[in-house]
Design a binder for this molecule. Structure first.
Ligand code: TXA
Ligand code: MG
Length: 343
């Protein structure tokens, strides 16, 4: 684990990590969304190590990270004009675009698909590492598959100590949920995974954007990652959605009941509501008026409940506007779709 200055990473540290990438090794590094587990995207053997380290199913493709928009044309073919507009507007940043892949990208990186997901992150450490490595870097979130994504180097260490060559510690991640994955291979752009760039922001630029129906359950999802159990702490999670007063009432009632049954209960509340709860271990995930505070804390709060030995987490839902869409997508998955909807 090497500490790096998040604004101005030390060249010696970046150089060391870049050598690991060039030699086919694994480097965990910070991005503005979550920590990534990186390897040379053009080297199938290196990409394979990512799957092993994360215990990730082999058909779940990796996102390829680049340091400049110009690198895209080496990785993708038939790039539509929409892609150029989006790159101009949202790169560097938390938007991943899915395009037809070029011959340069091995199937070992795309999970056997003919498409490739590409993103240019904005974190200075990520950008420096990719540039210095001289190759695009394939990087999923740096967690063991199925666990909450890591937003600090400590989270990465918890999951991957001994399974990765270097962890670059650039402090906590800003956005806290992963990038938005947008499929540009069809007529209309489709959001396969909501994330750091909001649906509203995309619509403002593109007009029409669809949400993958596979985001609902039961269908074969186009984004292969969507079908696996995800983001789960060891505790059981129940999400309570609906008007805020009703949420507080229901969670209070359930917390009392579960506590009476001898369960260790955790409540994921917000700045606005935490004062109302008297039972259970209450953690505020952030401010309802500032969704970025919620997205940036979501995964670390889920991990915190595990550290506290909580067995049952009762979580408040938030409105699905802006970053709220990505937050609720992750939270519902963490709950295994164990949800109560109130009127
Ligand atoms: O913010 C992020 O995107 C982070 C940081 C490290 O950049 N990375 C990340 O990677 O979240 P990962 O592997 O945890 O999630 C990638 C998602 C998965 O749901 C995967 O199925 C989808 O992107 N994906 C990757 N390539 C795809 C493709 N060719 N077609 C459709 N979906 C794809
Ligand atoms: Mg992930």
């Amino acid at each position: 684990m090497i500490k790096v200055n998040p604004e101005n990473p030390e060249p010696e540290s970046i150089n060391l990590a870049a050598r690991v990438i060039k030699n086919g090794g694994l480097v965990a590094f910070p991005t503005e969304t979550v920590y990534g587990l990186g390897a040379n995207a053009l080297d199938e053997k290196a990409a394979f190590k990512i799957y092993q380290a994360k215990k990730r199913p082999q058909d779940n493709p990796l996102i390829v990270h680049i340091h400049s928009p110009g690198e895209l044309d080496k990785l993708a073919s038939n790039v539509p004009r929409t892609a150029r507009i989006l790159m101009e507007k949202f790169w560097p940043g938390p938007l991943t675009i899915v395009l037809e892949k070029s011959g340069a990208v091995p199937y070992g990186t795309t999970g056997g698909l003919d498409t490739v997901a590409v993103r240019m992150p904005r974190h200075p450490v990520a950008l420096a590492l990719i540039r210095e490595s001289g190759v695009p870097i394939a990087a999923p979130s740096a967690n063991i598959s199925g666990r909450p994504s890591p937003t600090t180097a400590g989270d990465v260490y918890e999951d991957l100590a001994g399974r990765v060559d270097i962890i670059l510690d650039g402090g906590p991640c800003e956005v806290g949920v992963e990038s938005t994955v947008l499929d540009l291979t069809g007529e209309v752009p489709v959001i396969l995974r909501p994330g750091g760039v909001t649906r509203e922001e995309l619509e403002a630029v593109l007009g029409r954007v669809e949400l993958d129906p596979g985001l609902a359950e039961g269908q074969k999802p186009k984004s292969p990652g969507q079908k696996y159990k995800h983001y789960s702490p060891k505790a059981r999670v129940l999400v309570v959605e609906g008007p805020i007063e009703a949420q507080v009432r229901k969670i209070t009632e359930l917390a009392k009941k579960l506590t009476a049954e001898g369960k260790k209960v955790g409540i994921m509340a917000t700045v606005q509501t935490r004062g109302y709860y008297e039972t259970g271990c209450v953690l505020s995930v952030g401010d309802r008026e500032a969704p970025l505070t919620i997205s940036s804390n979501l995964f670390s709060v889920l991990r915190k409940f595990d550290k506290l030995g909580v067995e049952e987490v009762l979580a408040e839902g938030i409105p699905e506007t802006g970053l709220g869409l990505a937050v609720m997508n992750r939270l519902r998955k963490a709950a295994g779709y164990n949800i109560i909807k109130l009127e």
